[in-house]
Design a protein around this ligand. Sequence first.
Ligand code: GTP
Ligand code: MG
Length: 374
Amino acid sequence: MKIRRYMANNMQEAINKVKIDLGTDAVILNTRKVKRPGLFSFLRAPLIEVLASVEEEENEVRTLADVANPKVEELENKVKNMEGMLDKIYQQMSEMQRNSSNNTNSNAKQEDTTSKIYKVFVDNMKQNDVEDTVIDEILKSLKEQGIDNNSNVNEVFAIFKKELINRLGVSEQIKVDNSKPKVIIFLGPTGVGKTTTLAKIAANFMIKEGKKVGLITADTYRIAAVEQLKTYSEIMGTPITVIYSPKEMKDAIKKNSDAELILIDTPGKSHRNKKHFDEIKEIYRAAEPDETYLLISATTKPKDCKDIINAYSFVDNYKLIFTKVDETSSLGVLLNVRELTGKPLSYVTTGQSVPDDIEIADVESISKKLLGNS
Ligand SMILES: Nc1nc2c(ncn2[C@@H]2O[C@H](COP(=O)(O)OP(=O)(O)OP(=O)(O)O)[C@@H](O)[C@H]2O)c(=O)[nH]1
Ligand SMILES: [Mg+2]
């Protein structure tokens, strides 16, 4: 991937520079205002700095399914850390088992070892902020299945992992429906990453899968919000329709009827403010989406998660996207929310870069992470 930095007097000029230099496949990674150098710089408008990137290999076609994005090395390191961590646990456990069998073979000792092994994984889930009620459910389920008395570390790990994989369910992603445009709406609390995630998904489908994507934004409350999505849409060369009232939604969807995917961005409105939040409901109802994605940050506190889930209970069917998993070392929120809602996991986002920092939610690796203590 080629990454370049551009300075310009305004956004349009910056975008033109990016397009000329990197072509229309380029993607904006970041924009910011920069103070001009010099004594009287405060008298003049700031410069715009744009960081843009383009894939270097022309024929390289990757899909989201490839999960392994340019951060393969980083992921490999994570896996290595995980393996190291599990090795450590195994060593601790084996030591414990040896000691207990050296001392005596009594049933009491055996039970002690068993409960210590279970405790390691329970503690690791707690460290990952898995809620106590969820852990109780897991232990209850193992008991009911008669698999709560194993003293082999590998087997206990496998038992917990299987239970977590089952609980996290099958991860579901956006699929293009060839017969008609699929209308998809993105909902979630303020600043959770709706616009960025929508841009990542749009870019992945357009650039990597060659699909026709239409963008609609109902977020006209902040100039910056429309600009943000417009910038992405210009770089990707796909149109964006801005709607100023839910009444305009139907026409906006019709206007994009030649697209395979129509992605709708919604404004960040606090669910604590009823009047503002009612607008979100109106936008949602006007869209009559085929699919809805609720975004929750992996850094959200448990109590706030519950409030968010309650607030969005007006949506019958939605899938879960967890954002900002790069900002936390504990993934408990993913399991807690899944337990509370029963809704399918879909994607996780792992950083600010468009389009790379998004992955399919992989329930196996999430389960391993929940049982580790790295
Ligand atoms: N670290 C990290 N930051 C992210 C991620 N996704 C989005 N962000 C950042 O979070 C901030 C808010 O992102 P937006 O996409 O504007 O969020 P939004 O939900 O559209 O915000 P509103 O429209 O104001 O509600 C930006 O600075 C993003 O770069 C992520 O996965 N990891
Ligand atoms: Mg937004």
